[in-house]
Design a protein around this ligand. Structure first.
Ligand code: ATP
Length: 455
C-alpha cells in the first residue's frame, strides 16, 4: 500500500485519475475533478456496490432522488437544527478550524497557539435560493446526505413495488457539506458521492440487522481488495452519535494519514420516517421527533400479522465513494524491486475495478496486417461489455507495459508478426502482477478474457 498521500496525489494527477478542481484559477478547496481513468474507477466501484446491494439481493430496490429538495425535508430531518460541527477561530494566526478533536486541549491546528475562541456550532449545509424571487422564503439546501430522498419516497416505493418488511432502498449520488477544513486529498471534501442503503425492518429486529450489515459491508470492502489488517471497527457512542442514531459502527480504513472512517453503519431507528410522516401520534414512535405540520403522507407499512400500520426501523450503511476510491488506490499502490535493480510502480486493482481492462498494442506501428488484427481484437473484446478496452498504437510495447502497470491494467495483449503469419495466429498476453507472458491463439482471446474477468 501507499505510505504517503503525496505519492498518490502525484500519480493520480500524472496519469489522469484525479485533478484539483478549478485548477487553472488557483483551485477550489474541497473540490476535485475525476479524469479519464478516475471516472472509470469510480464507475466500476459504483457498479460493484450496486451489484452487491441491489442485483444480488432480492430485498432491495434502487432510487435516484433529486439533489434539490423542499426545505421542509431538512427542517424535519433535523439537519437544519443539528447538522453542525464545532468551530473555533485562532486569535493569533486568524485561521478557522473544526474543533471536534479539541475536547481536552484547545490549541490552533495551524500555529499551535492556545489563544483560540470557544467552539461554536457551524451548520455544514450549503444554503441556496431557488426560483427568480430571492427572499426569506425561497431558500433550500443542497443535500448533505442522499438518505433523505429515500425516506421521503418511502411510500412511493412501497406502493409501486408492494414490498413488505424487511426490505431496503439503495441510492448513489452527490452530497454536499460545507466542511470547515477540507483536507487529505479526496478524503474530506465539500462535494462528494455517497452510496447509501436504507434497510427497513421491524422494531425489535433492528439490532440483528445492524450487526448483519456491519459484517456484510466489511466483507464487501474486502472483496474490493482492501485487506483485513487495514480495516477496523469503531463503536460510536454518546455525543459522537449523529442526531438520528441509536448506535453506529464506523468502518475505518488505514489511509496514508491514519485510520479514519470509510463507511458508517447506523441504526437510525424510526427517527426519519417518524419525523417525515403525517399523523405521528398514531404510531407510538420510539424516537424523539419534531412535530410535523407539513407532511402529506403516512410513512408506515402494514404489519399483516398484527393487522396494524407501523413505522419501521431503519439500518443505514452509508459509504463514501470518494473515500472508497482513495482506500482502493491506497491499497493497490505497490512499488516493486525488479531483478535488474529498477523499481516499478503497479496499481494492483482487483480486475473488476481496473479502469482499463485490456490494452491491445500492435508490435509494429506501420504494419497494416498487424494493426488491422489489433483493431479487430479491440472491437471484439469491447463488445463483451467488461469495461474499457484500449487499442493503443505507440510502437513502444515496453513503455506501454510500464504505463499500464502504473494505471493498473490487468492484461496487455501484443500483436506481432507471428499473429498474422503463424498457424493458429497467437497473440502475446502479459499479466500485470506476475509480468509473465503467454501466447494465446487470437481466436481464443475473447474466451480467455471473459474467463479472466468473470472468474
Ligand atoms: P466524518 O466524521 O469523517 O466527518 P461523518 O461521520 O460526518 O464523517 P457520515 O455522515 O457518516 O460521515 O457520512 C457517511 C459517509 O460519507 C462517510 O463514512 C464518508 O465515507 C462519506 N463522507 C462524509 N463526509 C464526507 C466528506 N466531507 N468528504 C468525503 N466523504 C465524506
Amino acid at each position: 500500500p501507499a505510505k504517503t498521500m503525496d505519492e498518490l496525489v502525484s500519480l493520480c494527477k500524472r496519469r489522469g485519475f484525479i485533478f484539483q478542481g478549478s485548477e487553472i484559477y488557483g483551485g477550489m478547496q474541497g473540490a476535485y475533478d475525476y479524469g479519464p481513468l478516475g471516472i472509470e474507477l469510480k464507475n466500476n466501484l459504483k457498479a460493484a456496490w450496486w451489484r452487491s446491494m441491489v442485483y444480488e439481493r432480492d430485498d432491495v430496490e434502487g432510487l435516484d432522488a433529486a439533489i434539490i429538495q423542499n426545505k421542509h425535508v431538512y427542517k424535519y430531518s433535523g439537519h437544519e437544527d443539528t447538522f453542525t460541527d464545532p468551530m473555533v477561530d485562532c486569535h493569533e494566526c486568524k485561521s478557522r478550524m473544526r474543533a471536534d478533536h479539541m475536547k481536552d486541549i484547545k490549541v490552533c491546528d495551524n500555529c499551535g497557539s492556545s489563544n483560540v475562541t470557544e467552539p461554536r456550532d457551524f451548520n455544514l449545509m450549503f444554503k441556496t435560493n431557488v426560483g427568480p424571487m430571492v427572499n426569506e422564503e425561497s431558500y433550500t439546501y443542497l443535500r448533505p446526505e442522499t438518505a433523505q430522498g429515500i425516506f421521503t419516497n418511502f411510500k412511493n416505493v412501497v406502493d409501486s413495488t408492494s414490498r413488505t418488511l424487511p426490505f431496503g432502498i439503495a441510492q448513489i449520488g452527490k452530497s454536499f457539506r460545507n466542511e470547515i477544513t477540507p483536507r487529505n486529498f479526496i478524503f474530506r471534501v465539500r462535494e462528494f458521492e455517497q452510496m447509501e442503503l436504507e434497510f427497513f425492518c421491524k422494531p425489535g429486529e433492528d439490532e440483528k440487522w445492524h450487526e448483519f450489515w456491519v459484517n456484510a459491508r466489511k466483507q464487501w470492502w474486502l472483496d474490493q481488495g482492501l485487506t483485513e489488517e487495514n480495516i477496523e471497527f469503531e463503536y460510536v457512542t454518546g455525543d459522537d452519535l449523529a442526531h438520528y442514531s441509536k448506535s453506529t459502527v464506523d468502518i475505518l480504513y488505514r489511509f496514508p494519514h491514519g485510520f479514519e472512517e470509510l463507511e458508517g453503519v447506523a441504526n437510525r431507528t424510526d427517527y426519519d420516517l417518524g419525523s417525515h410522516t403525517k399523523a405521528q401520534e398514531e404510531f407510538g414512535l420510539s424516537a424523539k421527533v419534531k412535530k410535523n405540520e407539513h407532511s402529506t403522507a403516512k410513512l408506515a407499512i402494514r404489519d399483516l400479522e398484527a393487522n396494524k400500520w407501523e413505522v419501521p426501523f431503519c439500518i443505514e450503511p452509508s459509504a463514501g465513494l470518494d473515500r472508497g476510491l482513495l482506500a482502493v488506490i491506497t491499497e493497490a499502490y505497490t512499488e516493486e524491486e525488479l531483478p535488474n535493480g529498477t523499481t516499478r510502480t503497479v496499481l494492483k486493482f482487483k480486475p473488476h475495478l481496473a479502469p482499463i481492462k485490456v490494452a491491445i498494442m500492435p508490435l509494429k506501428k506501420n504494419k497494416p496486417e498487424i494493426v488491422a488484427l489489433a483493431k479487430e481484437l479491440k472491437n471484439k473484446l469491447q463488445k463483451l461489455g467488461l469495461g474499457r478496452i484500449l487499442y493503443e498504437n505507440t510502437g513502444n510495447v515496453g513503455k506501454g507495459y510500464r504505463r499500464h502497470d502504473e494505471v493498473g491494467t490487468p492484461i496487455c495483449v501484443t500483436v506481432d508478426f507471428d499473429s498474422i503469419e503463424q498457424e493458429g495466429a497467437p497473440v502475446t498476453v502479459r499479466d500485470r502482477d506476475t509480468m509473465e507472458q503467454i501466447t494465446v491463439p487470437a481466436a481464443e482471446l475473447p474466451a480467455y478474457v471473459v474467463n479472466y474477468f468473470i472468474n
